[in-house]
Design a protein around this ligand. Structure first.
Ligand code: GLU
Length: 422
């Protein structure tokens, strides 16, 4: 395994990403040197983030920014705030972002950042202080032409504005193009907030067409009710899909007659999570995954579907809103069961695609209409879906392998063309 000698990156997530890459590299007969370079990131920063807490004490958080590869353009990728963030996870997420951008045809490479923290337990002031110090520590490694962060789990529009403001203060002028996922009035784009969920649903629609499934008579269960899960559930419901279960970190609800998604969304408007909602029967996050439904959308953490529970899944379509929700062993089992998998690097690519639109608009200081954003997003995702489906049928491989093959092949060819410096 190419990862030898870099034990500090060795976690289940990084191992999964690298093994996936190795299998596809073998199938593609990827150049040996390119393969060795792509198995690990270009650069990984580990940062101490001293932050003054409201009680006056200083806590030193650990932050990361990992830049996997920038052969196709500036690094791009989210910033995650979660207690489980570690170097291995951030490396895996950065690598997946490289393949994701390449698959959709974006002129970006892959990166990821994060801070090991529980943002739900930090006050606004603490969150702001931590974000600004983190940004100051990585400021020489980000920028519109260098590396463009974005929201991910635990971060949002406000966090992006603090990143943008901190970076701009150091530059001495406003640099909106340094991050995406900003509010519209701060140089963000219309449609970014909804983009990932909208993309997931667009791809589910393409899949339903392919499988001859009538979505208006189908059921769905959604794990995770953050930005991705909530928009996915709302968009699916608007197509007539019966949402039989949803969950978040506080637990979930099940109702075979369908949950009132609009009321759940209203609850979230003035509550941080679903706790206290009383709809249907309570179920756990693990139980949700095993419900009989047409469409299952994991839109929360990674490693949710493993060798342990994969055989008990009863969905027809697995649409991965989250990054890395399915282990390699689980993939094999799902393949045998005939579950149609919309792999993460395709299913949730709508987010980074509209981030690309935001970056383009910021660089041009010229802003698009929501209709333009929606149309371009659909066009790019439909093309990617067709390419992946065609390759999977031609090569008789599953959708994940096909998506990775396209993403990795493009990056590999660009690496060979640019050559090794010096
Ligand atoms: N964090 C999101 C993802 O995993 C979005 C990244 C971006 O917009 O750059 O795809």
């Amino acid at each position: 395994m190419v990862f030898t000698g870099s034990a500090e990156w060795h976690t289940p997530a990084s191992e999964m990403a690298v093994t996936q890459f190795e299998i596809v590299a073998e199938r593609l007969n990827l150049d040996r040197n390119v393969r060795a370079r792509l198995a690990r990131p270009d650069r990984a920063l580990v940062i101490s983030v001293p932050t003054r807490l409201d009680d006056g004490s200083v806590h030193v958080f650990t932050g990361y920014r990992v830049q996997h590869n920038d052969v196709l353009g500036p690094f791009k990728g989210g910033i995650r705030y979660h207690p489980d963030v570690d170097l291995g996870e951030v490396c895996a997420l950065a690598m997946w972002t490289t393949w994701k951008c390449s698959l959709v045809g974006l002129p970006f490479g892959g990166a990821k950042g994060g801070i090991a923290c529980d943002p739900t337990r930090l006050s606004r002031k603490e969150l702001q202080g931590m974000t600004r110090r983190y940004t100051a520590e990585i400021r020489n490694f980000i920028g519109p032409e260098l590396d463009v962060p974005a929201p991910d789990m635990g971060t949002n529009e406000q966090v992006m504005v603090w990143v943008m403001d901190t970076y701009s203060q150091h530059k001495g002028h406003a640099v909106p193009g340094v991050v995406t996922g900003k509010p519209v009035e701060m140089g963000g784009t219309v449609g970014r907030r909804e983009a990932t969920g909208r993309g997931v649903v667009h791809l589910i629609r393409e899949t339903a067409k392919h499988l001859n499934l009538d979505l208006s008579r189908s059921t769905a269960a959604v794990q995770g009710f953050g930005n991705v899960g909530s928009v996915t559930a709302a968009e699916l419901a608007s197509l007539g899909v019966k949402i039989i279960a949803v969950s978040d970190r506080t637990g979930g609800f099940y109702d075979e007659k369908g949950l009132p998604i609009d009321r759940l969304l209203r609850h979230l408007a003035d509550h941080p999570d679903l706790a206290g909602c009383r709809f249907g029967e309570p179920i756990s996050n693990a139980e949700l995954l095993e419900l009989k439904c047409d469409v299952l959308v994991p839109a929360a953490l990674g490693m949710q579907i493993t060798a342990e529970n994969a055989a008990r899944l009863k969905c027809r379509i697995l649409a991965e809103g989250a990054n890395g929700p399915t282990s390699l062993e689980a993939d094999e089992i799902l393949g045998q069961k005939g579950v149609f998998v919309l792999p993460d690097i395709l299913a949730n690519a709508g987010g980074v695609t509209v981030s690309y639109f935001e970056w383009v608009q910021d660089l041009q200081n010229f802003f698009w209409s929501e209709e333009q954003v929606k149309q371009q997003l659909q066009q790019m995702l439909t093309r990617a879906f067709r390419e992946v489906l065609d390759l999977s049928q031609r090569e008789k491989v599953d959708m994940r392998s096909a998506a990775l093959m396209i993403g990795i092949d493009r990056v590999g060819r660009a690496m060979l063309r640019r050559g090794l410096y010096p």
